[in-house]
Design a protein around this ligand. Structure first.
Ligand code: PSU
Ligand code: MN
Length: 308
């Protein structure tokens, strides 16, 4: 097994400078080309402008890459050859020397093992609607319960059963905080009618909480819910019926398992004439911006004071 760090990530690791982990499934399966490549380039530029090393994680020919070259990033976005890879599949992909796009569960594990403390994505996976019949609950929830890293999201994806997802996060002991909100954001929308227990008001505060989280030896992630900016929001009332139509279509076509989330995102993009994709890009970039602030704080102040 080989970890391949990009030059920037290597340098930042050696010097203790800030790094932000990013996933590859969001670009390889969550967005179409070329929008995914534009998004990925903007993300990396934003990081560099702020002296943060972007660490996009992907498995290429069985090697675990943390930070990609330009050519590799384009391949991830354009080739259509990377299978969606969650945490339980990482070892198989490595042993079989395959190409894999890592989901939240796989990415946070690899980031954590690489010594990276902060990760930003769009929305996490969770409990799917109709889960009592399908049993479809994302591995993201379990990975979040056993990977001590800061995860910046716009909440869970709106295609999910959000009350059950929030309950499941609680059951699995995942620490959840809102960023400048007490409402549970729902990906495309800033609210969904559910409330959060903890509101934070700054990246510094989040980094302080994360530091204590580590001091206490708590193994879960610190999941930050950061609502989509108002001007890019699609209100819940507008998107609700579109999501339901997409879910009905997936049931008609018997789409299940790891295909379900990409299918729903694609169908919703079609039904909103691209508006949902724009919102997805905007909320993910907004999370990257917050991730940058948090990782800078963590590398400044995030020293663990107690080893357990
Ligand atoms: N966030 C997005 N778009 C995505 C995803 C997250 O804005 O495509 C991906 C992440 O990789 C997440 C995965 O881990 O969807 C969840 O898939 P599933 O529901 O099959 O576990
Ligand atoms: Mn699933």
């Amino acid at each position: 097994m080989k970890y391949v760090y990009s030059k920037e990530v290597k340098k930042h690791k050696e010097k203790g400078l800030p790094i932000l982990a990013l996933e590859s499934t969001i670009i390889a399966h969550g967005m179409p080309y070329p929008e995914n490549y534009d998004f990925a380039k903007k993300t990396e530029q934003l990081c560099r402008k702020n002296n943060v090393a972007p660490a996009t994680v992907a498995i290429l020919k069985g090697n675990v890459h943390v930070g990609l070259t330009k050519k590799e990033l384009l391949w991830v976005c354009k080739s259509g050859k990377l299978a969606k890879t969650s945490k339980r599949e990482i070892s198989t992909f490595v042993a079989k020397k395959k190409d894999g796009a890592t989901t939240v569960s796989a990415t946070i594990w690899i980031a954590y093992k690489s010594g990276v403390s902060v990760f930003a994505t769009g929305g996490i996976g969770g409990v799917h609607k109709g889960s009592s019949k399908s049993f479809d609950i994302s591995q993201d929830i379990i990975a979040l319960s056993e990977t001590p890293i800061v995860v910046v999201s716009a909440g869970a994806k709106a295609i999910l059963d959000l009350p059950k997802t929030m309950e499941s996060l609680e059951t699995h002991g995942v620490s959840v905080v809102g960023y400048k909100t007490s409402d549970v954001p729902s990906f495309y929308s800033r609210t969904c009618g559910l409330k959060l227990n903890i509101k934070t008001n700054s990246a510094k505060e989040i980094s302080e909480i994360y530091c204590e989280h580590k001091n206490l030896g708590i193994l879960s992630s610190l999941l930050v819910m950061n609502p989509v900016p108002k001007k890019h929001e699609i209100p819940e009332s507008k998107i609700k019926s579109i999501i339901q139509e997409a879910i009905n279509k997936s049931r008609g076509l018997n789409i299940r398992g790891k295909e379900l989330t990409p299918f729903l995102l694609k169908t919703i993009t079609k039904k909103t004439n691209g508006k949902s994709l724009k919102t997805n890009v905007a909320l993910a970039l907004n999370n990257v911006k917050l991730g940058i602030k948090i990782t800078k704080q963590v590398s400044k102040h995030g020293k663990v004071t107690q080893n357990i």
